[in-house]
Design a binder for this molecule. Sequence first.
Ligand SMILES: Nc1ncnc2c1ncn2[C@@H]1O[C@H](COP(=O)(O)OP(=O)(O)OP(=O)(O)O)[C@@H](O)[C@H]1O
Length: 334
Amino acid sequence: MGRIEARNLTKIYGGKRAVDDLSFSVEPGVVTGFLGPNGAGKSTTMRLMLGLDHGGGQTRFDGQPYSRITHPMRHVGAVLEAKAFHPTRTARNHLTMLAAANGIPRQRVDVVLDHVGLTDVAGHRPKTFSLGMGQRLGLASALLGDPHTLILDEPANGLDPQGITWLRNFLKSFASTGRTVFVSSHLLAEMGLMADRLVVIGRGRLIASGEVQDFVRKASHTAVLVRTPQADRLTEALRAQQVWAEPQGDGSLVVNGLDQAKVGELAFSAGVVLHELTTRTATLEEAFLEATGGSEEYVAQLGQATAEDVAAARRGQPAASAPSSVTSSSGESR
Ligand SMILES: Nc1ncnc2c1ncn2[C@@H]1O[C@H](COP(=O)(O)OP(=O)(O)OP(=O)(O)O)[C@@H](O)[C@H]1O
């Protein structure tokens, strides 16, 4: 329950392929991040998935297209774009109306307000809300039908660091109950910490999909940093094994294509003294650039999450490098 299958999604705007034959699946029980630079086609893909945009391909939620699901809000909750809320309605009224229109019991309103931490301001009008509070109200709307699937487009926009941590924990706990979360972001650092799996796109096309750590591992070379007072001797010993060492500006060497233990053993048998021997762990950023071959539009927005941060987040520890920035975008969520 909760599996999403997107097949051959395509959208052409004025001759430009915004989404280009994109296929992927999203599994329940984990948070799947939808990662790509600005303009990669994430929002368009999400709109296509929900039948809010016309284009090629198909998306099935447990085998059904969204348009065929009876009571869709009870199955799939979505927050896609910034949308103005009704100017005079309070947050609670907004949710109450939404519940009534979708056959959802009224009691859910207070439950979801509590879930997203808006109980204290439920009687306020959303136009007085900060962007982050608007995001929370959008999320409350998506949760109203107690759906098993959440589709969220850049939900961290406008949230402060505490809000982002809250969102991350919320989505992880939602997924841990066996439900499905598909959440987009153009921020690598945020995705590295929030997601278990990734669907990575660039220019409307699939670049990779799978476990975050596999993505980092597959998209990066093994590199070992070595410091030695006998760099020439080690370089020679490595070359004899067809392994190349790149001298760094600070006198250290970076060895590609051999793991740490092998480099240590080789140094030992060549009688080379080592002062440092470290495996360089790729950052999610490096993995992305490796996978995409670089993308100028992306480089300016790169975050700093390292694979260690990803692992730390999994262990519930704070990240060594916090998400570098949060974009601001206009307005509130639906
Ligand atoms: N209504 C539209 N008309 C014309 N082109 C569009 C339209 N909507 C999106 N595009 C183009 O399609 C491409 C994909 O846009 P989309 O908004 O889906 O990307 P995105 O990955 O969600 O980016 P962002 O992170 O900035 O939201 C972009 O080049 C965009 O300019």
